[in-house]
Ligand binder design. Structure first.
Ligand code: HEM
Length: 451
């Protein structure tokens, strides 16, 4: 599917079983869909995975366009991801970055290669669950190693099921057969994650309501807000769906991006050197990186854009759906209910937009400024418009803080007996993650008291 536009042109119409779909990787069409006619393409398709994981679309990311989505999106931006609340939880993110560095030091003392997928996964999970639930899942003071491993596996599996192709979504008569076994896996994950969220809800209810302010975790805020249609509170399923959305939307996205960044930097030592020089120049050697330093890391930000261009978190944005008949570029008729698949993978590699597109060259973003929300839609790492990612600023800060701490605190090298050429720079089948978890050796480079 990723190569269709190369063969047939910038807009391809497909009939996927019962479902009409349009695939595009052309910036001008993407602009038309996400900006000029954003209101027409702002809905989401129903599919089996979202039915399970979002309590029948009670969340934000998969909710169809309408009053429920509008209300939840408003809660998300006006009550949860507010600058004040994100500022308040900054201390937690700093502590998590320090825990990451310490746990790498422990592995270093044992002479162990570092499994960066595990470390970065723990970092983003803890960052999110501290803010959402007031709870860490990994490391000291956590929910217990077994709970953590189970929770991590669940998030990972749910994320991959949502992103994978399920035949029964397109040929509904196949659904009772569950030929790919997806639905059985979904039922199992959902049952267990529901038990976990029920227990967390009960625990927070028991503590009672406190005054609403920026120090509240997201779950406490959600428990305090009035519900829909004059209800006193939001219903439990809605709260669980929103929390599940944020965990799924914020965890793997951040850790996948950070893992690719380190893998690319290992392949390009001269770029790693420039990034480290930049961080050293701002921070020096007497303290560790703080969030307030991140604005000054212009080169690291260019590196991150280059990673988003070549390795977006999904090959496609979450599908959009036309809520009405539409016409794009004055010549393509798009019938109501058509699914719109924006191919971010080939958008970032489109030779019409990018010079030598397959080369990893962050400097291109310094020679010519391109924003993460690019007005020309040559990259759309966070989507755009009404359905654009509301966690973009938090996600960017989490990734930049984790990476800059790792690069400032350690020299990195391939495991003993291997070279950078042995790091397989290929993505997994059916997903955008590195095919194999990145393992590296860490050597501390700052004075001992900073670890
Ligand atoms: C590096 C980190 C992240 C990346 C790359 C990313 C990327 C994306 C993308 C591509 C979309 C789909 C946009 C579209 O369909 O047009 C999205 C949607 C969304 N993201 Fe993120 N995201 C990140 C972090 C986060 C975080 C930290 C949160 C919240 C805690 C979050 C919450 C959401 C939500 C709720 C949606 C659905 C919006 C809607 O449908 O109205 N994301 N994100």
């Amino acid at each position: 599917m990723m190569n269709l536009t190369k063969i047939y042109g910038p807009v391809v119409y497909l009939q996927l079983g019962n479902v009409p779909a349009v695939v595009t990787d052309d910036p001008s069409f993407v602009k038309e869909i996400l900006k000029k006619q954003d209101h027409v393409f702002a809905s989401r398709p129903k599919n089996i995975a979202s039915e399970y994981f979002t309590y029948r679309n009670k969340d934000i990311a998969f909710a169809p366009y309408g009053s429920h989505w509008r209300k939840m999106r408003k809660i998300c931006t006006m009550e949860l991801l507010t600058p004040k609340r994100l500022d308040y939880f900054q201390q937690g993110r700093i502590e998590e970055a320090q825990c990451l560095v310490r746990s790498i030091m422990e592995d270093h003392k044992l002479n162990k290669p570092i499994n960066l997928r595990d470390k970065l996964g723990a970092l983003s999970s803890n960052n999110l669950t501290r803010m959402l639930l007031g709870k860490r899942f990994f490391g000291p003071g956590n929910a217990g190693p077994e709970d953590a491993a189970e929770y991590k596996k669940m998030i990972y599996e749910a994320f991959s099921l949502v992103n994978s192709f399920n035949m029964a979504d397109y040929l509904p008569f196949l659904r009772p057969l569950d030929l790919q076994g997806h639905e059985r896996r979904m039922q199992k994950i959902m049952k267990r994650s529901d038990e976990i969220y029920e227990a967390i809800l009960a625990e927070h209810r028991k503590r009672g309501r406190k005054g609403l302010n920026e120090t509240n975790t997201f779950i406490d805020v959600l428990l305090s807000l009035p519900g829909e249609n004059g209800q006193e509170c939001l219903c439990d399923e809605t709260i669980k769906a929103i929390i599940g959305d944020m965990v799924a939307a914020g965890t793997d996205t951040s850790s996948i991006t950070s893992e690719w960044t380190l893998a690319e930097l290992m392949q390009h030592p001269e770029i790693m050197h420039k990034v480290r020089n930049e961080i050293d120049g701002v921070v020096g050697y007497e303290r560790v990186v703080e969030e307030s330093d991140l604005d000054q890391f212009q080169y690291l930000r260019a590196v991150l854009k280059e990673v988003f261009r070549l390795h977006p978190v999904g090959a496609f944005l979450i599908p959009h759906v036309a809520i009405d008949d539409a016409e794009i570029a004055g010549r393509y008729h798009i019938p109501k209910n058509t699914r719109i698949l924006i191919n971010t993978y080939s958008l970032g590699r489109n030779p019409a937009s990018w010079n030598r597109p397959l080369e990893f060259r962050p400097d291109r973003f310094l020679e010519k400024h391109v924003d993460l929300f690019d007005p020309e839609y040559r990259i759309v790492p966070f989507g755009a418009g009404r359905r654009g990612c509301p966690g973009a600023s938090l996600g960017t800060s989490m990734v930049l803080l984790g990476l800059s701490r790792l690069i400032h605190s350690f020299e990195w090298s391939p495991p003993h007996g291997k070279s950078v050429k042995d790091i397989p720079m290929i993505q997994a089948f059916n997903s955008m993650i590195l095919d194999e978890p990145l393992h590296l050796i860490a050597t501390p480079r700052l004075k001992a008291s900073l670890y």
